[in-house]
Design a binder for this molecule. Structure first.
Ligand code: ATP
Length: 653
């Protein structure tokens, strides 16, 4: 067990200064990370690897980070490997003289293909060993692999995978296969990786006045060193939030040192940010207890699709390079040619570049009316020509994050809003500022909420207006934004975005297609999908036809080892966790039959949804962005019937 033994990434992998980092050094590190569940220990192990890279082969820091995160490039480019499990099994079988059935059986016995691949590779004798894998070459090879498309791509991919596989030593085979599967499953969240990078840069600074220090921790008191690490972590995490592109952050870190990052990597039009998100408020009273003695503002909560609009420019805006990103940083530019064509009307001549946070909403220009989300979802998703646009949209702008190359995230909302109104122009029915009111009393909030519902909105967004609390918290679900939806007032809680992991064959009227589905939430800490409920209500016949066809394409032989479920609930077919559905329920209850939030509320029971019903498909969410186990636990605890009766395990507030 490398986590416990005296494992050394450098000596173990025969890696010397200036040489490309052997993949073995990283694989050993991942093994050690996987062997521990303590976050601090994980960070420590990974930071030691990063320190070695910084000291010996700094140019391999970027591919190392990508391999640790299993990313081929910046997350917002959405580059995916997407090698189907069967092809991986064929590749492993082909190299090791095993049949597909044998590889499949071994994977089932060992719980995963990665472990089976490692075992099969270890049993293989090679007369002439191929050159050892290197981190940089492997990352490049994975990128090449992802770029192979078209006819005969499968065979080309398999032979490329085999060339990599035969060069694997020890646990390299396991991590290679897991990378190709798209899930590394060592329990390493991106925040831990950033913390490890901060610790490494604090101990072995790559640049700056302490650059020659091999271990800066030796030169200071533990308290002083702790403060230095915290400062590094804050700077690195904030920089990465504003500029989520390692291809810019890592070279700047190496060249200028961590503390100089904010001068070199800033919020940049063209690089999408993870948006600020809101917490649900269960009633007007909750808003007042949250914003006691503080000014807040209410905005209508439009029901459309989030649109982050980026306009780059220097002396003048480069409108041709404008981009529109979705809630999860997907490039939606080609979905909205009509919106782009109307951009000039929005920008006053004082604007040279900007980043706007908006909601694109389906709109009926004749009756001057907002239309339901369902209408928006009928628009073509990619490569729409202006002539093809049938559903009109009105874009409601609610925030300004950058103006004329100046990031505004650390300005209070009151100031961002002032600049928005000063430098941009509304055009009724096409560009409008989110309707807002700075309310002071409960009645005012209630009245504005009713107005928003009459205006076809979902309710209100309530936001801090002044001071630090009114900053734009990139990538955070913040209590400085509360969402007050009309549904909460009608007795229901927030809706839940759940992942489909299985399906049950329909009977009677539903025979011949799927009639029910097994839904799960996501637990990022354990990287697992935990079952929440079976669902069979809320679907039209057309929905069932469409979902049957769609899910058939994602059927897998057996449940993934990261699915957490009770065998009594096993579906007729298991599917890959890809589809996210918004669902509502009567309430949440503890259940021995489901595993959602297991251990957070009760040691043996999970949380399950009672009387769930389907609302809509969430195309803008990836499976990992589904409602988390922790959110489910909080929703359970927030119910009137439960409050005060429970203390949650493992949850701070
Ligand atoms: P999650 O469920 O993860 O919180 P979500 O995407 O389901 O996120 P909601 O929580 O329902 O969304 O509400 C937040 C969303 O509301 C934003 O992501 C944005 O798309 C939309 N929205 C509409 N009007 C506004 C507004 N005035 N201010 C902020 N967001 C708004």
């Amino acid at each position: 067990n490398p986590g416990k033994a005296k494992y050394h990434p450098v000596k173990d992998a025969c890696w010397t200064a200036g040489q490309p980092v052997p993949y073995l050094a990283l694989a050993r590190t991942l093994e050690a990370v996987e062997a521990t569940s303590a976050r601090l220990k994980m960070v420590d192990i990974l930071s030691n690897y990063f320190r070695s890279v910084i000291a010996l082969t700094p140019q391999d820091l970027l591919p190392s980070i990508y391999l640790c995160l299993n990313q081929l490039g910046p997350a917002y480019l959405g580059l995916e490997l997407g090698v189907a499990e069967t092809y991986l099994m064929k590749a492993v079988g082909g190299c090791t003289g095993r049949s597909l059935a044998q590889v499949r059986a071994a994977a089932q016995r060992l719980g995963e293909l990665g472990a089976a691949a490692q075992q099969a590779r270890a049993a293989q004798r090679m007369l002439c060993a191929p050159a050892p894998l290197q981190v940089r070459k492997l990352h490049a090879a994975l990128k090449d692999l992802a770029a192979i498309t078209g006819q005969a791509s499968v065979n080309k991919k398999i032979s490329k995978i085999q060339a990599l596989f035969v060069a694997c030593r020890h646990s390299e085979a396991k991590y290679l296969i897991r990378s190709l599967e798209g899930k590394l499953r060592v329990g390493l969240a991106e925040q831990s990786l950033l913390q490890a990078l901060a610790l490494a840069a604090a101990r072995t600074p790559p640049a700056g006045p302490h650059a020659s220090c091999l271990d800066r921790a030796d030169t200071m008191s533990p308290d002083d060193f702790k403060a230095v690490v915290e400062e590094h972590a804050l700077v690195i995490k904030t920089t990465y939030c504003e500029c989520p592109n390692y291809e810019l952050v890592v070279p700047a870190l190496l060249q200028h040192g961590a503390l100089e990052l904010p001068r070199h990597c800033r919020l940049t039009p063209g690089i999408p940010l993870k948006p600020m998100l809101a917490h649900p408020a269960r009633g007007v009273h909750e808003i007042f207890s949250r914003f006691e003695n503080e000014k807040f503002t209410c905005e209508w909560k439009y029901d459309g699709e989030r649109a982050q609009i980026h306009v780059p420019g220097e002396e003048a805006p480069r409108l041709a390079d404008a981009r529109i990103f979705s809630r999860n940083q997907e490039d939606n530019t080609t979905k909205y040619p009509d919106v782009l064509a109307r951009l000039p009307a929005l920008l006053k001549p004082t604007v040279t570049s900007c980043v706007l946070d908006c909601e694109a909403v389906a709109y009926d220009p004749v009756n001057k009316q907002i239309l339901p989300f369902q209408v928006l979802s009928t628009r073509k998703r990619k490569d729409a020509s202006a002539a093809e646009v049938r559903v009109q949209v009105c874009v409601f702008v609610f925030d300004l994050l950058l103006l004329n190359a100046r990031a505004l995230c650390r300005e209070p909302l009151a100031e961002r809003r002032r600049l928005l109104r000063e430098h941009f122009v509304e055009s009724p029915g096409t560009w409008e500022f989110a309707r807002a009111q700075d309310c002071s009393g409960a009645e005012e909030v209630q009245h504005f909420l009713e107005l928003s519902v009459r205006g076809s909105c979902e309710g209100l967004m309530v936001k801090a207006l002044h001071g630090e609390r009114a900053h734009y918290d990139i990538a955070r679900r913040s209590r400085n934004w509360l969402k007050l939806k009309k549904d909460y007032l009608e007795g229901g809680g927030d809706s839940i975005d759940a992942v489909v992991i299985g399906a049950y064959r329909g009977r009677g009227r539903r025979a011949g297609r799927f009639g029910g589905f097994l839904l799960a939430c996501y637990d990022p800490a354990g990287e697992r999908y935990q079952t929440l409920c079976k669902i069979g209500t809320g679907f039209s016949d057309r929905d069932l036809d469409a979902f049957t066809e769609q899910l058939q394409r994602h059927v897998i032989d057996a449940p993934r080892n990261y699915y957490s479920y009770e065998t009594s609930q096993a579906p007729d077919v298991w599917v890959e966790a890809t589809c996210v559905w918004e669902v509502r329920c009567a309430d949440l209850s503890l259940s021995p039959a489901h595993r959602a939030a297991l251990g957070l509320i009760d040691r043996d029971k999970g949380v399950s949804l009672r009387f769930p019903r389907f609302v809509r498909v969430r195309e803008d969410k990836r499976a990992e962005e589904a409602t988390s186990a922790e959110q489910i636990a909080r929703m359970y605890l927030a119910q009137d019937s439960v409050r005060n009766n429970h203390t949650a395990h493992n949850m701070d507030d």
